[in-house]
Write a protein that binds this ligand. Structure first.
Ligand code: C2E
Ligand code: MG
Ligand code: MG
Ligand code: MG
Length: 279
């Protein structure tokens, strides 16, 4: 009986796990090759000032286009890059690419760039980012880095060193996906963020859910109180846009205002404005 139970405690290695493992190993190898060939590139989604209806910048969103023409979304390959130790090289490559693209935009437009949570535990990250900006010649004040709450909680001491290096150089810091994950109110007073990005999950449900509407209202009030700019992510409907404008939200982002697009398809200035002026 004991033997039987003991055996049952060990999870058998079933064929589906073998498949998973094989898939993972292949993905890692493909990812390594894709980085080498620079097949992962930034797409850009407009950030629109909801008061002036003008595009104020773009968020870079990584896209992996495989040789077969298939697109692999970042939520699938960024975690693999993190675990395989490829995220540093990938980030440097993407950031360099994005900064070079941003150089050709009107000089008032900002480039917003996502950092992986684990990167904030690398105390040289800030300096490496500043080196890239310097190499490319993009002024620090034109760059904003998006970090999440979990990134800061993981290694608060190192995160502060990294963020201080960046902030002191003039780079903006945005708190991404605000309202999801850990409670972040303590982070808000510990760090100086320039922006809070309200997570898409609030925006997608706030019309039908009065509580979500109140949450958004409260976050906007918090932004006013702290002197922090508020961005709403995931705006898909005109009614959502109107409500956010009513509530005094500063910046909007979402498919309604513009989908992520390759660098060569960017219409700086008009994409969002055209939609906003219809109403
Ligand atoms: P995020 O930074 O919160 O980016 C916003 C995500 O929402 C993007 O997904 C964007 O395409 C999507 N989105 C924007 N507007 C709408 C909308 O109206 N409706 C819907 N349903 N979705 C919308 P994406 O591009 O798949 O990126 C997912 C996440 O992957 C990002 O979330 C970010 O955390 C991460 N990521 C993307 N690029 C990079 C990168 O270069 N480096 C790192 N470390 N992470 C990245
Ligand atoms: Mg982001
Ligand atoms: Mg986000
Ligand atoms: Mg996200």
């Amino acid at each position: 009986v004991a033997k039987k139970q003991g055996r049952n405690l060990v999870k058998p290695f079933v064929p589906s796990m073998q498949d998973e493992l094989a898939k993972r190993i292949r993905m890692e190898a493909d990812l390594r090759a894709a980085i080498k060939k620079a097949e992962i590139v930034p797409y850009y989604q407009p950030l629109v000032d909801l008061k002036t209806n003008r595009i104020i910048g773009f968020e870079a969103l990584a896209r992996w286009k495989t040789a077969s023409g298939e697109f692999i979304p970042p939520n699938d390959f960024i975690p693999v890059a993190e675990e395989a130790g490829l995220i540093v090289g990938l980030t440097d490559q993407l950031l360099r690419h994005a900064c070079t693209d941003a150089l050709s935009w009107p000089s008032e437009l900002v480039l917003s760039f996502n950092l992986s949570p684990i990167q904030l535990s690398d105390r040289l990250l800030g300096l490496r980012i500043l080196k890239i900006l310097g190499d490319v010649g993009l002024p620090a004040h034109r760059v904003e880095l998006e970090v999440t709450e979990s990134a800061i909680i993981q290694d608060a001491v190192t995160a502060r060193i990294v963020l201080d290096d960046l902030v002191n150089a003039g780079v903006g810091i945005a708190l991404d996906d605000f309202g999801t994950g850990y409670s972040s109110l303590s982070q808000l007073s510990n760090y100086r963020f320039d922006k809070i990005k309200i997570d898409r999950s609030f925006v997608s449900s706030f019309e039908t859910d009065d509580k979500q509407d109140k949450v958004i209202k409260a976050i906007i009030a918090l932004g006013v109180g702290l002197g922090v700019t508020i961005t709403a992510e995931g705006i898909e409907e005109e009614s959502q846009l109107r409500r956010l404008q009513e509530l005094g939200c500063d910046i909007g982002q979402g498919y309604l205002l513009g989908r992520p697009a390759p660098a060569e398809k960017l219409a700086t200035g008009q994409v969002g404005a055209r939609i906003l002026q219809r109403g």
